[in-house]
Design a protein around this ligand. Structure first.
Ligand SMILES: NC(=O)c1ccc[n+]([C@@H]2O[C@H](COP(=O)([O-])OP(=O)(O)OC[C@H]3O[C@@H](n4cnc5c(N)ncnc54)[C@H](O)[C@@H]3O)[C@@H](O)[C@H]2O)c1
Length: 265
């Protein structure tokens, strides 16, 4: 085994990827699968899941553990559904080493036009569901003495707010804060909890949210003058997931944004 292989060894690990049917998390799952991880996609959309599972399974031709990937239909808002997900994965895969919380939603509206119910729904999915999943899986890790890595998807909108994305920005700022608090709470138990913070990447979610003017503005403010590619979160995912390479990384905010949050003028 080469030095790099040993440092990033993830062979035989099991990862639950909540929101794994989406653009970014399916690629994070693909990267993990290529590194030998059995990945479980959890989400609500069976059609999208089938396409993502096909993509990951096809990667097995190049090696890795893509052929072991499977989907579990999960309603994030129901704690019972998260416990059911946990039970199914333990029964089928025997253990869990990595949890990714990546389900997310956004809608854009001027501040005074946002119905409170819409604001609340975004908080529920982006923040409360992340909190619940950390609780449910964290309890399992604690009770079984399992070293684990939890990766919560934040957003640069949670660092500096994005126009017309009021609930989204607030929810992601809270995810960053909550992640640090979980990290502090469980550091002694070898459960590492980090935020992976993307800048702007093309996805279904932001295609709906971004108009032409926003897109030009984003490109103008991104020093690398482009959107990220879906597979550009994989390197950080492997680092944060790896018990050796990432062994002292907990509570971090790992920003991947082409320099967006570093730029002023
Ligand atoms: N794309 C970007 O530019 C960007 C930037 C910063 C942060 N993020 C964050 O990264 C994560 C992944 O985003 P993406 O761009 O891949 O978006 P996406 O829309 O492709 O994926 C989001 C996934 O969340 C799932 N989801 C939403 N509500 C759900 C619910 N109630 N139950 C189960 N699943 C639900 C959707 O089905 C979808 O598969 C999100 O948390 C997003 O906020 C994305």
């Amino acid at each position: 085994m080469s030095y790099i292989d040993k440092l990033y060894d993830l062979e035989g690990k099991v990862a639950v990827v909540i929101g794994g049917t989406g653009e970014l998390c399916s690629h994070m799952a693909l990267g993990l699968a290529k590194a030998g991880v059995e990945v479980v996609l959890a989400g609500r959309n069976e059609d999208k899941a089938e396409r993502r599972i096909d993509m990951i399974q096809a990667s097995a031709l190049e090696g890795g553990a893509g052929d072991k990937a499977y989907f579990v239909a999960t309603d994030l808002m129901e704690k019972g559904s998260l416990y059911a997900l946990l039970d199914i994965v333990i029964e089928r895969s025997g253990k869990i080493d990595i949890l990714i919380n990546g389900a997310g939603v956004n809608t854009t509206k001027p501040l005074l036009e946002i119905p409170t119910e819409d604001f609340q729904t975004i908080l529920d999915i982006n923040l409360t569901a992340t909190f619940q999943a950390c609780q449910v899986f964290g309890q399992y890790f604690l009770e079984h003495g399992t070293p684990a890595s939890i990766i919560n998807l934040g957003s640069i909108a949670g660092i500096t707010p994005v126009s017309n994305s009021f609930a989204y920005s607030a929810s992601k700022a809270a995810v960053h804060n909550l992640t640090k608090n979980f990290a502090r709470e469980w550091a002694d138990n070898d459960i590492r909890v980090n935020s992976l913070i993307p800048g702007f990447f093309p996805s279904e979610q932001n295609q709906r949210a971004l108009d032409e003017a926003h897109i030009l503005e984003i490109l103008r403010k991104t020093p690398m003058s482009r959107f990220g590619d879906s597979d550009e979160l994989i390197g950080a995912t492997l680092l944060l997931a790896s018990a050796r390479a990432g062994s002292f990384i907990t509570g971090s905010e790992f920003v991947i944004d082409g320099g967006f949050s570093s730029a002023s003028i």
